[in-house]
Design a binder for this molecule. Structure first.
Ligand code: FAD
Length: 379
């Protein structure tokens, strides 16, 4: 009996979504090649919350054990008024942990990236670094991608193409879905500061007029991640850029001393522009589809962007692992994921409004937060 070779997948982008997808597709029996424009797989210094809906898949992918040695398991989300430091709500993570049977983790992005990259390589993914996708031809039987490397152009062929190439996805442009990233007129200043004796093992959210701040421990409790969100009309077109510390200190100058002192502990900040996209009318066509931020870039106010990318990867792996023709399997994946991801995108936009209320609306929000224990917030 003749042997049929496994279906082949080309994944564009080796970020959190692409790497998770690589592992999931190898587990489903596909041959996986990835093209990544960066010369090395390195994440810049910042933290990440990984919710149980994502960590349960990371356990299946075989990377959870490695993460648990470097992550912290916070007990709860504590919401405080950033100007008075008064407690507004405390939301216990135990119900979510019990629901999914998996931990809530806070960790450094580089630790997640490394665990996923190690997992993808061990699973047999072929990762081509320094290779920037230039164009796609999805008309013939074999899909064809042209990528640019320092040495010149290379051509890759595959049975399916997955665009995991982030918010400014070229694969999404190729699919002509007619949606562009929109700048939220907000930026995130991020820093890592030394842990202190009074650092709680919790995620803390400080709310104030038109700004908010999030902190949580990372690196097995050895450091604290600080994210300060402020208004800014000037777009940040790169993924991140060095942040001006005086802008951050000025924005929070009227906040409680406990909050200001966290910012003063930071030796430098990196600044991220916050972009999202409207829910896409479709994620794919033929044997091409999207995954992660390319499909559903969202504001980070639900801490779900990477988690949704990991959910995408698990779903894509399971529909392809079930066998059958590839094109209907990709449409099945999209049908399973589209509505959920859109709901999360909308929830993140809703939190953007609630977090930044000013004047009387802010006081009404705080009353509601105190009365409902935080259930006013999308989670
Ligand atoms: P990306 O990380 O953007 O990766 C895309 C990859 O594709 C990159 O490596 C890029 O180099 C590559 N690429 C792009 N174009 C090409 C090309 N033409 N050719 C080859 N390669 C290409 N999510 C959470 O779950 N929890 C959180 O706590 C959280 N906090 C956040 C805080 C902030 C301030 C921000 C901005 C985001 C946060 N997120 C969080 C969201 C999360 O970071 C993203 O959703 C996640 O990184 C998306 O992963 P991705 O792999 O889809 O895209």
């Amino acid at each position: 009996m003749g042997q049929t070779s496994p279906a082949s997948a080309l994944i564009v982008g080796a970020g959190i979504g692409g790497l998770a997808c690589g592992i999931a597709l190898r587990r489903a029996g596909l041959a996986v090649r990835m093209v990544e424009q960066a010369d090395e797989l390195a994440e810049v210094g910042a933290g990440l919350q990984l919710t149980p809906n994502a960590t349960r898949h990371l356990r299946d992918f075989g990377v959870l054990d490695a993460l648990e040695t470097v992550a912290v398991k916070p007990r709860a989300l504590e919401v405080r008024d950033g100007q008075t430091f008064g407690l507004l709500a405390r939301c216990d993570y135990a119900p979510a942990v019990a629901k999914y049977g998996a931990p809530f983790l806070v960790l450094h992005r580089a630790d997640l990236q490394k665990a996923l990259a190690d997992g993808a390589k061990a699973a047999g993914c072929d990762i081509l670094l320094g290779a920037r996708l230039q164009s796609l031809d999805t008309h013939g039987d074999n899909l064809r991608a042209v990528a640019e490397q320092e040495a010149g152009l290379i051509a890759e062929t595959a049975d399916i193409v997955i665009g995991a190439d982030g918010v400014r996805s070229l694969v999404r442009e190729h699919l002509q879905v007619g949606v562009r990233p929109s700048f939220a007129r907000r930026v995130a200043y991020r820093a890592t500061i030394p842990v202190r004796a009074d650092t709680p093992p919790d995620v803390r959210l400080f709310l104030g007029p038109d700004a908010h701040l999030v902190t949580y421990p990372i690196r097995a409790g050895a450091a604290v991640n600080v994210v300060a969100i402020v208004r800014q009309d000037r777009p940040v077109n790169r993924w991140s850029e060095p942040g001006d510390a005086s802008t951050v200190h000025e924005a929070f100058s009227q906040w409680a001393p406990e909050v200001r002192s966290l910012l003063l502990d930071a030796s430098s900040f990196l600044c991220w522009g916050l972009y999202d996209v409207d829910p896409l009318p479709r994620w794919g066509a033929g044997r091409t589809t999207l995954l992660g931020d390319a499909a559903h870039a969202m504001l980070p106010f639900l801490a779900q962007g990477a988690a949704q990318a990991i959910e995408d990867a698990a779903t894509l792996g399971s529909v392809l692992g079930a066998g059958g023709p590839l094109e209907p399997a990709l449409r099945r994946y999209e049908a399973l994921r589209q509505a959920r991801a859109a709901r999360v995108q909308r929830g993140a936009r809703r939190n953007a409004v609630i977090y930044h209320l000013k004047g009387p609306a802010r006081f009404a929000r705080d009353l509601a937060l105190r009365a409902t224990g935080g259930s006013l917030l999308s989670r």
